[in-house]
Structures are given as C-alpha cells and as structure tokens.
Design a protein around this ligand. Structure first.
Ligand SMILES: Cc1cc2nc3c(=O)[nH]c(=O)nc-3n(C[C@H](O)[C@H](O)[C@H](O)COP(=O)(O)OP(=O)(O)OC[C@H]3O[C@@H](n4cnc5c(N)ncnc54)[C@H](O)[C@@H]3O)c2cc1C
Length: 339
C-alpha cells in the first residue's frame, strides 16, 4: 500500500501530555515498505523524519518541522517453543500493554511486572522500560531495526543494545535506528518478582498465596491505576525525572540531614536516590502554575491540566531541577525525550 502523507496535522491526540503542536507532515506506517517510503518522502520534502509510537515519553515544545511517522505495524507470533521456553516476536506498532496481556493469556510469564506501561512494543527498548523490579532487558532476545544512514536492516542481540537504567543504544544514537520488531524470551513457569514495592502486600491482602503471572499483572495494574494519573484524563508522561545516581559520600551527608531519605546502594558503590522523594521534600508536590503542575499524589509526575504548552512544562521542570540542585546538591535528569 502506498504511504499517505498529510500536512499540518495536530499532534495533540498523539502525545500523552496532550500538548497542542502541529506536525509539518504526518504519516502512519503499517509495514517495512511504508517505513522506507516515509524515509523517501521526508528526503523529497527536505525535512527530518521523527518516529513516533504512542507519544507517552515525549515533551513537544514547538511545532515539529519534520515528517512525523507513527508506527502502526501489527502482529505477534511465536517463533520458537520447546514446551517451557518460548520466543515471541511482536511488530513495533503493537500497543505494549495489549501485547503483555496477550502473552499472559497464552500462559507465558516474564512481562507481568511491566503491565500497563503506555506506548508501543517498538519504543520499549529505547529507554529499556522498567517497573516493579523488572526491566525490558530481562526478557529481551533481540530486535530488527532499519539503519537510516545506510538503509540496511540490522539484527541486534542483548549485548548490541547496551541497555542500562532507562537507557539504551537507541536512546543514545537517537534518530539513527527505526525499530521494526522486537523478540522476547518468556517462560511457561517463570519465577515471579514480587519483592518490589507493594506487590507482595497487595496479593496477600487479596488472599492470593501462590500467585500466577496474571495475578501479578492484575495487582500491578490496580496499584498503578491508584498511583498514576491516566493520560486520557490528565496529560502526563509518567515519571518526568530519572532517579539520580549519586556518590556514596553525598548520600551519607543527605542521610544525616534527612533520616527518611529514600536511597538504594548500587553494586558500583554509587547510591540511587528516589527523585520523587527529593521533589516532594522540596515542597513541589501538588504545585500548579497555570495549566502546568506537579501531580498532587505523585511528585515525580508533571501534569498538563489542559492547555499547558511544552515550553511551560519544560520551564516548570527546569525550576524543579534548579531547586533540587540548590537544596540537595543533586542534579535531576529529565526522562522523556524533549523535542
Ligand atoms: C502514565 C505513564 C506511565 C509510565 N510508566 C512507565 C514505567 O513504569 N516505566 C517506564 O519505563 N516508562 C514509563 N512510561 C514512559 C513510556 O510509557 C515508555 O517510555 C514507553 O516505552 C514509550 O513508548 P511510546 O510508544 O509512547 O514512545 P514515544 O513517546 O512515541 O517515543 C519515545 C521515543 O522513542 C522513539 N521511538 C518510538 N518508537 C520507535 C521505534 N519504533 N523505533 C525507534 N525509535 C522509536 C521516539 O522517536 C522517541 O524518541 C510511562 C508513561 C506514562 C504516560
């Protein structure tokens, strides 16, 4: 099918912050051929190509002078199955949570802790999505991507992707690779990760002593729904800042001043601090300036109450960063991609 390219399309419905900016050109690709056509179309129009999934990890601060290509390819298939371990391949445009539910319905465990994360399968490796003690890399097998420089299709294994905390090669080499499909290794009888946050407690409250992967998924969906604002109701991009890694000496000094500091020592000697704790302690939780604000229940989440611009949201983020640096000597890094 020939790619349809539209002009001057509002992106409001295509980013979970609900920021109202326009794309100079817009297209949706359902297969590899259409992705290639989009690259040609962008070249012909002399604009860059911006790949978009669900727009749930983006802050758009101005009209996008590019051809915005939404990945709309669909398809999930079992590529290997030895009765215990299965290998699954999913197309980039598959909605992430729907994909997780599909794996659980088949009886495949591994992705349950990543339930209800918005966005697409194709974007999931970009920041190595993670939640409740599990990261994408824990079930990752490989992916297929198009190199925009050479036009070649390339296969990546776990090592090639250089996954780290909310980071990967694809985030660092932003704009080079278009992820077309991703492969996962799942298990029929995987051990479950229940120790992180209130997962275990939630299951115990429900009287579930020997949970299945689907039970864990349901518990996590319930916890997330209580804790995080639904972007369909209140614009947001989830956690707006990464949890900062600081030297042990700084963490110790802060701990002396604040006995309730939330800190996780890392294997490399650094200490990970909870960005949400720092922001809340500094008094930003529930702060609102016009339509840009900090969520009243979750200090790590910036929200758009209606008509905030990307610049206003970014301005608020920068005020928070400056305040946290001054109060605690900690620099906060923004998690979403700012455009
Ligand atoms: C309410 C809420 C909760 C969230 N919770 C979590 C969480 O628990 N853990 C977590 O890790 N994240 C979380 N996020 C962030 C977000 O959901 C993830 O980062 C998700 O993977 C983004 O997917 P997307 O399809 O929306 O990507 P987009 O926002 O569309 O794109 C993000 C980046 O990836 C690039 N990209 C997208 N698709 C491709 C592709 N096929 N090939 C190459 N590059 C591509 C884009 O160009 C952009 O730079 C949350 C967001 C929200 C709104």
């Amino acid at each position: 099918m020939t790619l349809v390219v539209q002009s001057a399309v509002s992106l409001r419905a295509y980013n979970t912050f609900g920021v109202d900016v326009a794309a100079r050109y817009w297209a949706e690709a359902s297969d590899d051929a259409q992705v290639r056509q989009a690259l040609d179309a962008a070249r012909d129009r002399q604009v860059p190509l911006l790949v978009l999934g669900g727009g749930s990890n983006l802050l758009l601060t101005a009209n996008v002078e590019a051809l915005v290509l939404r990945m709309a390819s669909r398809g999930i298939r079992v590529v290997a199955d030895d009765g215990q371990r299965v290998e699954i391949e999913a197309e980039a445009g598959e909605p992430w949570h729907g994909f997780v539910l599909w794996t659980l319905q088949q009886g495949f465990a591994g992705l349950e802790n990543l339930s209800l994360i918005p966005g697409t399968v194709g974007a999931s490796p970009v920041q190595n999505i993670g939640a409740y003690g599990v990261e994408l890399k824990d079930c990752f097998l490989g992916l297929t991507a198009l190199d925009r420089r050479s036009g070649e299709i390339r296969e990546f294994d776990l090592q090639d992707c250089a996954f780290a905390y909310r980071d990967s090669r694809f985030k660092r080499e932003s704009g080079r690779w278009i992820i077309l499909r991703v492969r996962f290794a799942l298990e029929r009888n995987a051990s479950l990760h229940l120790d992180y946050g209130p997962v275990h407690q939630r299951l115990a409250e429900q009287g579930i002593e020997a949970p299945s992967a689907s039970d864990v998924s349901r518990a996590i969906c319930a916890i997330r729904s209580e804790k995080l604002p639904d972007p369909a109701v209140l614009g947001n991009a989830g956690s707006f800042f990464k949890n900062p890694l600081v030297p042990a000496e700084l963490a110790q000094r802060l701990q002396q001043q604040h006995v309730d500091l939330v800190a996780y020592p890392q294997a490399d000697g650094q200490v990970k601090l909870a960005a949400g704790w720092l922001i809340e302690k500094a008094g930003w939780k529930g702060f609102r300036d016009g339509d840009a604000g900090v969520h009243r229940l979750q200090a790590l989440v910036l929200v758009n109450y209606g008509h905030a611009t990307g610049q206003q949201l970014l301005g608020l983020a920068q005020r928070i960063q400056a305040d946290i640096a001054e109060r605690f000597g900690v620099s906060l890094e923004i998690e979403p991609n700012v455009l």
